[in-house]
Design a protein around this ligand. Structure first.
Ligand code: PLP
Length: 381
């Protein structure tokens, strides 16, 4: 059996989500804005999905805006605040491009992180002033899995940029931590369904009362005028079911998967002793999400390594997935101060809700063998 260890890119659809989605792929095709019976049924399903998602996110139903995924939610947060209020956007240097690009393109400020990926709170203070209107700091990073202390970030923002709203990208955090609690102090929260067992192309932005966010999609005025476009009913219904299942099983999943991740990490570090575990010192993985393992392997090239792993049935990745599949140098590793040559040998193995011990066993066999083969072949760097 092959081992799928790329859950941070996209995790398999949970059975609960597939079951919830099925009727909306067959009989229940109405547009939720229509007045007839089909429309009313779709509307009810959308309302129920909103209620369920709101509950697990610690929000009120009216605060949930359905989007086409994490990218739209992130863009909406940054561009929406800037469109509503102007001012300056600030984010951390390891944000997903869906945050980083809108911030940089608007002439915003990017705050450095330390070598373990934690935002530098002094640098954050320096970047803030009353002209800042939105600050975005992710809960968990997609490449290296590092968690931020959002409460400390919010405290600093409230003092040094009192008019700013705080956005957090919780896309990678939701499978592993209780976002209702961890993001309680944030004004805007992004999630994406396909990272926790829902369908690709659906997500949500939580908009707390008082956070002024202008729509970026204008048209029919759906989502209470905050996001026009016919709602993706099947996506929302599946997302709510996946969110509920994730929430209900989270504690057990985290316990099980973190033990698998630790076994994988320790085994690979023993087999490839010069590999460096990114953003982890002394084996302390307590500031990382349970499913994340990131290594830099000296003397090998990620692309070649991933090719061999794929051939041997292990699906992994080097960094963030991107449309071209090209392995550009990672802005996250650069922000950590990671040596460029070492970063060229980066390997992300991300575990998820259905990862098994057999997946880990296969990776423990295949990864060291692939590294040894590349080194023996002297693949040029
Ligand atoms: N934010 C983070 C942290 C992500 O990992 C991703 C996806 O990789 C996104 C945003 C974008 O989400 P989506 O794929 O739903 O557009």
């Amino acid at each position: 059996m092959p081992a799928y260890l790329d859950h941070a890119a996209s995790t398999p659809v949970r059975p609960e989500a597939a079951a919830a989605a099925l009727p909306f792929l067959t009989d229940l095709h109405g547009n939720p804005t229509a007045a007839h019976a089909w429309g009313r049924q779709a509307r009810r399903a959308l309302d129920d999905a909103r209620d369920d998602l709101a509950e697990v996110l610690g929000a009120r139903p009216g605060e949930v805006v359905f989007t086409s995924g994490g990218t739209e939610a992130d863009n909406q947060a940054i561009a929406g605040v800037l469109a509503a209020r102007g001012g300056v956007a600030v984010c951390s240097a390891i944000e997903h491009h869906a945050v980083l690009e809108p911030v940089e393109r608007s002439g915003g400020r990017v705050v450095r992180v330390d070598h373990r990926g934690t935002i530098d709170l002094d640098a954050l203070r320096d970047a803030l002033d009353p002209g800042v209107t939105v600050v975005s700091v992710m809960l968990a990073n997609n490449e290296i899995g590092v968690l931020q202390r959002l409460d400390e970030v919010v405290e600093i923002v409230r003092i040094h940029a009192p008019g700013a709203v705080v956005h957090t990208d919780a896309v990678q955090a939701f499978p592993w931590i209780d976002v209702a609690d961890a993001a309680a102090a944030a004004d805007l929260v992004s999630v994406s369904a396909h990272k926790f067992g829902g369908l690709k192309g659906s997500g949500a932005l939580v908009v707390r009362p008082g956070a002024a966010v202008a729509p970026i999609l204008r048209g029919g005025g759906q989502e209470r005028d905050r996001r026009s476009g016919t709602p993706n009913v099947v996506g929302a219904v599946a997302m709510a079911a996946a969110a509920r299942a994730t929430h209900d099983h989270r504690k057990a999943t985290v316990e099980r998967v973190s033990a698998l991740r630790d076994r994988l990490a320790d085994g690979l570090l023993a087999a490839v002793p010069d590999a460096v575990e990114t953003a982890v010192a002394g084996g302390d993985r307590s500031r990382k999400v349970a499913g994340s393992l990131h290594l830099c392997v000296p003397g090998v090239e990620s692309e070649a390594l991933l090719f061999l792993l794929d051939q041997a049935g292990v699906a992994a990745s080097a960094a963030a997935s991107c449309a071209s599949g090209a392995l550009d140098p990672s802005h996250v590793l650069a922000a950590l101060g990671c040596d460029r040559a070492l970063a060229g040998g980066s390997l992300r193995l991300s575990l998820g809700w259905n990862t098994t011990a057999a997946d880990v066993d296969l990776a423990l066999q295949v990864v060291p063998a692939a590294v040894a083969r590349l080194r023996a072949a002297g693949v040029p760097r």
